[in-house]
Design a binder for this molecule. Structure first.
Ligand SMILES: Cc1cc2nc3c(=O)[nH]c(=O)nc-3n(C[C@H](O)[C@H](O)[C@H](O)COP(=O)(O)O)c2cc1C
Length: 178
């Protein structure tokens, strides 16, 4: 499978990064082809969505010559599976990951359907703190018509023992992709 992994946290080495690393390790060992873009740590390399002026009633995306246009979107168009990796920031996803998702707009129709998605999420709070973030991903995946192929929720992420269990879950998820 061709897999695109999009991470959002700027934190190295952070808890969500550990989930991403473990997933990538498992999926690579299982023979899948991975393209990974660490948006939180490469935020200076791309711009927020920009729209052309003077298109009343519709939005027309500008496509700047940055890494999203030249690398991320082309890999996404080819992907069988998209993996979203985020930590919980003020009850939502990392801003850099959201910025990449907004850039999907330039190829909105082409990106619909034909893929599955996985979410890997970590955060300090207990599971209820992730309600709005989880709902966001549920709605996004429905909208994109990318059925879920699995998820890891690493709540209480500062608990090393619990985190280690979730990192192993992410590894197994990558290793056992069908
Ligand atoms: C800007 C910021 C916002 C955060 N917001 C929340 C929050 O809303 N709820 C929560 O439980 N933890 C919150 N946290 C804690 C992180 O979710 C937690 O430390 C997580 O393990 C960070 O993962 P990372 O190291 O992969 O970024 C926040 C941390 C930061 C830096």
């Amino acid at each position: 499978m061709k897999i695109v992994v999009l991470t959002g946290s700027p934190h190295h080495s952070g808890t969500s990064e550990q989930l991403a690393d473990a997933f990538v390790k498992g999926a690579t060992e299982a023979g899948h082809q991975i393209y990974r873009f660490d948006a939180g740590r490469r935020a200076k390399e791309f711009s927020l969505l920009q729209l052309e002026d003077d298109h009343p009633g519709q939005e027309v995306a500008v496509e700047p010559e940055d890494v999203i246009t030249t690398e991320v979107i082309p890999h996404l168009l080819e992907a069988d599976l998209v993996v979203f990796v985020s930590s919980l920031y003020y009850y939502g996803i990392n801003a850099a990951l959201k910025a990449v998702i907004d850039r999907f707009y330039a190829k909105n129709h082409e990106l619909h359907g034909g893929k599955r998605a996985i979410t890997l999420v970590s955060g300090y709070g207990q599971p209820a703190a992730f309600d709005s973030l989880q709902r966001y991903f549920d709605q996004l995946l429905d909208y994109m018509r990318w059925p879920s192929a699995g998820a890891v929720l690493a709540a209480d992420s500062w608990n090393q023992q619990k985190l280690a269990t979730h990192v192993e879950e992410a590894y197994q998820l990558g290793m056992n992709l069908k």
